[in-house]
Unconditional design. Structure first.
Length: 240
């Protein structure tokens, strides 16, 4: 197996993975309580979200795919995991990742109208009151402390290929980029997903009670140089 940038052709497989693994996630089930009643709405919502991520400025997706040397090779390349990372900042390294094109701008404009129609006319799975409360809870200005960072937006691994280290490899792929650029990485995680990120040296920096008995944590990873600088008083993760 190997990791490469995601393409449009990968989206159906990535969406299928997402639908399979997130439908039983506690937070996902709380935000989208009618997903089992309207499964087509869920697939449409997920596909639109993936297409939007693909066009976002600074957002980059990667997939882990099978190759011919794998024992489970089926004769064609298959997506077994994916991750989307978003780069923020105005430093030279960020500018490389945040390049935009006219095509992408037009695509985002069209997607915005598609999303509006989806939200107001087609979506039957989302609890709007809960979604609004969730966004309000997590949008407290914490990320404003970081002028330059990577953010792990979403990570998914096929149920058939879990417990094989694929999630960790995808996370570390992004961390290698962040380390090379000497910037931190952030993410939000459910309690269930915390263990993987702690193994990758992320630390919990904030915990929010989304609803009674339902918590979400914000986690931070810092490259060693930045951590050493912070301890010596030369600057920390908020300086860039």
């Amino acid at each position: 197996m190997f990791i490469r940038p995601i393409t449009r052709e990968d989206l159906p497989q990535a969406v299928a993975i997402s639908n399979s693994i997130f439908r039983n996630d506690e937070l996902f089930a709380w935000l989208f309580p009618r997903q089992h009643v309207y499964p087509d709405d869920l697939r449409r919502f997920q596909f639109l979200r993936f297409r939007t991520r693909l066009m976002m400025v600074g957002c980059h997706g990667f997939v882990m795919v099978t190759e011919e040397s794998d024992p489970y090779w089926t004769g064609k390349e298959e997506v077994v995991g994916y991750a989307f990372f978003e780069r923020t900042g105005d430093d030279a390294a960020a500018q490389k990742w945040r390049q935009d094109t006219i095509f992408r701008k037009i695509e985002r404009y069209l997607l915005s109208w598609e999303k509006y129609y989806e939200d107001h006319m087609l979506d039957r799975i989302t609890d709007r009151v809960r979604l609004k409360a969730y966004i309000k809870n997590i949008d407290d200005g914490f990320y404003d402390k970081f002028k330059s960072r990577w953010h792990l937006g979403v990570l998914g691994v096929s149920q058939e290929f879990q417990r094989r280290g694929i999630g960790g490899k995808l996370v570390r792929y992004g961390l290698k980029i962040a380390a090379d650029e000497n910037v931190p990485m952030t993410l939000e995680a459910s309690i269930m997903g915390r263990g993987l990120y702690e193994k990758c040296s992320f630390k919990v920096v904030k915990e929010v009670e989304v609803a009674e008995g339902l918590n979400e944590v914000t986690m931070l990873w810092e490259p060693e140089v930045r951590a050493e600088d912070a301890q010596s008083g030369k600057g920390g993760a908020t300086d860039q």
